[in-house]
Design a protein around this ligand. Structure first.
Ligand code: CA
Length: 234
């Protein structure tokens, strides 16, 4: 995999670059946000340190996301930034807290790439959709295209992050069913996810905000979430 490694600490970049090259990845190291934005050609995954000398790492993340759907994993020691990293503002796919092990990072890299199969649909549990004929799933005034990953609400396009889309697609499969937090996390994130389940709440919050009404996604307290009755257009 061709990986853009955005890290201004030379020692970290060298050690990480070497370890990932040994695992067969093609590493493109850059040490500034500007170089990252200029070096996106052909990149299949971005590892992004938030503390960069020139631009704010979150701004870099946001700009990469605006130009490409490529998976972005943020490397950060800033626990206070995680909500913003994963939420509406930046569009990262995952994060790894510093200090981290190469083993942990590799697991996250595999997880974010595995979630997207050839046709752009999250792979876990979606095999039937990948090879089946149903591409458009509709619920009330909401419709999603599983192949193009386009989302329309009242015929207007919605921009969702990769995780938000996977989450919405899972809820829309069985709209009346309450999906447990565990099921959602294992399917949309990874069966080996060991991070905070707060990540799920951050994504639910972001999705509700983009859908424009809290009622779309009902909370089943202590259990999980389900797609609710769509609100009337005001
Ligand atoms: Ca740094």
């Amino acid at each position: 995999m061709r990986v853009l490694l955005v890290e201004d600490d030379e020692h970290v970049a060298d050690a990480l670059g070497t370890a990932l090259r040994q695992q067969g990845h093609d590493i493109v190291p850059v040490c500034t946000g500007a170089a990252a934005l200029a070096g996106m050609e052909g990149i299949e995954l971005v590892l992004l340190d938030l503390g960069l000398p020139d631009l704010d790492g979150l701004e870099v993340c946001k700009r990469i996301r605006a130009m490409s759907p490529v998976p972005i994993i943020v490397l950060t020691a800033r626990t206070d930034e995680i909500d913003r990293v994963l939420g509406l503002h930046a569009g990262a796919d995952d994060y790894v807290l510093k200090p981290y092990s190469v083993h942990e990072l590799r697991a996250r890299m595999e997880a974010v790439t595995r979630r997207v199969c050839r046709c752009g649909i999250a792979s876990s549990g979606h095999q039937a959709s990948c090879h089946g004929t149903q591409e458009i799933v509709a619920f009330g005034p909401l419709s999603i295209n599983l192949r193009s990953r386009d989302v329309l609400l009242r015929d207007r396009p919605l921009q969702l992050t990769r995780k938000e889309f996977d989450l919405l697609a899972m809820l829309m499969e069985e709209p009346e069913k309450v999906h447990t937090r565990e099921d959602i996390i294992s399917r949309v994130w990874d069966e080996n996810w060991f991070g905070s389940t707060r990540t799920l709440d951050v994504h639910i919050g972001a999705l509700r905000q983009k859908l424009g009404a809290y009622e779309w996604i009902e909370t089943s307290r202590g259990v999980g979430f389900r797609l609710g009755t769509p609100p009337e257009e005001s």
